[in-house]
Write a protein that binds this ligand. Structure first.
Ligand SMILES: Nc1ncnc2c1ncn2[C@@H]1O[C@H](COP(=O)(O)OP(=O)(O)OP(=O)(O)O)[C@@H](O)[C@H]1O
Ligand SMILES: [Mg+2]
Length: 267
């Protein structure tokens, strides 16, 4: 069995791959790199009744990987380049060989996978960390579930300026319902629910558009979304509406938050 450990800026993910297909996974919040990596790894072993002796090797990746010295628990421990891990994991989960990957973690990385070739195209600092940081300042909470429940009840019309607010009719292909300016119209009566909805809209619209431009520049129409941002239900809806406008398909594979850990285990 090979263990992939992805020590991200916010959370640490562990995936155990048995025979190349069977995935066992575990997630934890990062306290420090060593504690979160060994903690998540230990929990995965204990909860799945696995023996240390059944582990062939450990492949670690993510921003925290360089903080782990030597071999963990005497098991051969390799360092895997994070972009290689994201690309390998995204391709495996998508079951497709030609894709654009938008990895929404604390920030967002965008990659092209063209069969075996993985290219880091760039990205944006707008990501999951943006949601938490803006919420802390604007809503006095950084609890993710609270932010999501506020956002589900909010109305972006009280926060965002829409094409219809400034123009009588559609502008080119832009429908009156589309955003002209994120946070461009925060009404005085905007509630914390409205602001939370605006924060999610800002984050996922920026990520969606950067992904669209990346896909178009590579003549690709499939963006596979990985990272913790992949299973954000409000984010998925925002990306789905961008999908319709630009004819780019966003896919959200199961276990996408483990894509980097899975890719490390498969590298
Ligand atoms: N329960 C949760 N606790 C904290 N963050 C959560 C939670 N659920 C979702 N998130 C979101 O996930 C984001 C982190 O995503 P992820 O774990 O993929 O990033 P990372 O791998 O740690 O970071 P990076 O890849 O950018 O180094 C947070 O910023 C937050 O927006
Ligand atoms: Mg990550």
């Amino acid at each position: 069995m090979v263990i992939g450990i992805d020590i991200g800026s916010t959370t640490t993910k562990v995936a155990a791959m048995n025979g190349g297909t069977d995935i066992i996974k575990m997630k934890t919040r990062a306290v420090d790199a060593i504690t979160s990596a060994t903690g998540a790894f230990g929990k995965l072993l204990v909860e799945n009744h696995l023996n240390l002796s059944s582990i062939e090797r450990i492949n670690i990746t993510g921003v925290g990987a360089p903080k782990i010295p030597g071999n963990l628990f005497g098991i051969t421990t390799n360092r895997i380049d994070e972009m290689t891990a994201i690309g390998t994991g995204g391709r495996y989960l998508a079951k497709k060989d030609r894709i654009i990957i938008s990895n929404i973690g604390t920030g967002t990385a965008i990659l092209e996978v063209d069969n075996g070739r993985i290219t880091h195209l760039g990205g944006t600092g707008v990501g999951g960390g943006t949601i938490i940081g803006l919420a802390r300042e604007m809503l006095n909470t950084s609890d993710f579930d609270t932010i999501m429940s506020y956002a589900a009840m909010g109305n972006v019309r009280n926060v965002d300026l829409h094409i219809g607010d400034i123009a009588e009719s559609n502008i080119g292909f832009l429908n009156k319902e589309y955003t002209a300016s994120n946070f461009g119209k925060v009404v005085e009566t905007a509630t914390k629910e409205d602001l939370a909805a605006g924060i999610l809209n800002l984050t996922f619209q920026v990520i969606g558009m950067v992904s669209v431009f990346a896909a178009k520049s590579k003549n690709n129409d499939t963006v596979v979304v990985t990272g913790n941002g992949s299973n954000n239900v409000i984010g998925q809806k925002i990306l789905a509406s961008i999908s319709k406008m630009y004819n780019i398909h966003f896919e959200f594979p199961a276990d996408a938050e483990y894509a980097t850990a899975i890719g490390a285990a498969k590298s």
